[in-house]
Design a protein around this ligand. Structure first.
Ligand SMILES: Cc1cc2nc3c(=O)[nH]c(=O)nc-3n(C[C@H](O)[C@H](O)[C@H](O)COP(=O)(O)O)c2cc1C
Length: 103
């Protein structure tokens, strides 16, 4: 359980460091935490990215840890427009619809 929390914290730190363009020291610290917790272990990063930010982070985690990466891709892509996507997603959630994904 403790290890799980550490791993989650490491991933969140790394994500925050990248997304906020945090100082180099913070980014290095996040990288160090990731290496300490994941190095030499089998890691699978599964992600869904609409705009590409999460893909960038997933690939950075892959590069840091040697993880396998799997991108969740819907069979029917979401619209590129942000508001159209959130409207569609809200309707899908309300309807309990789970979009088919590419396997
Ligand atoms: C249509 C849609 C559905 C999403 N579904 C989930 C989900 O089920 N679980 C989750 O943790 N994140 C979900 N997300 C969040 C994405 O995984 C991602 O974190 C978000 O789109 C921001 O990253 P991006 O800029 O790379 O798109 C969803 C995003 C979108 C647009």
């Amino acid at each position: 359980m403790k290890k799980g929390i550490l791993k989650t914290a490491a991933a969140v730190l790394l994500t925050l460091g990248i997304q906020t363009g945090a100082s180099q020291a913070v980014a290095q610290n996040a990288n160090q935490i990731v290496l300490e917790n994941f190095n030499g272990k089998k890691v699978l990063v599964v992600y869904f990215s609409h705009s590409g930010n999460t893909r960038t982070i997933a690939n950075q985690l892959r590069d840091l840890t040697g993880a396998d990466v799997f991108e969740i891709e819907p069979v029917t892509p979401y619209p590129s427009d942000y508001h159209a996507t959130t409207e569609q997603a809200q309707k899908e959630i309300r309807a309990g619809f789970q979009p088919p994904i590419k396997l």
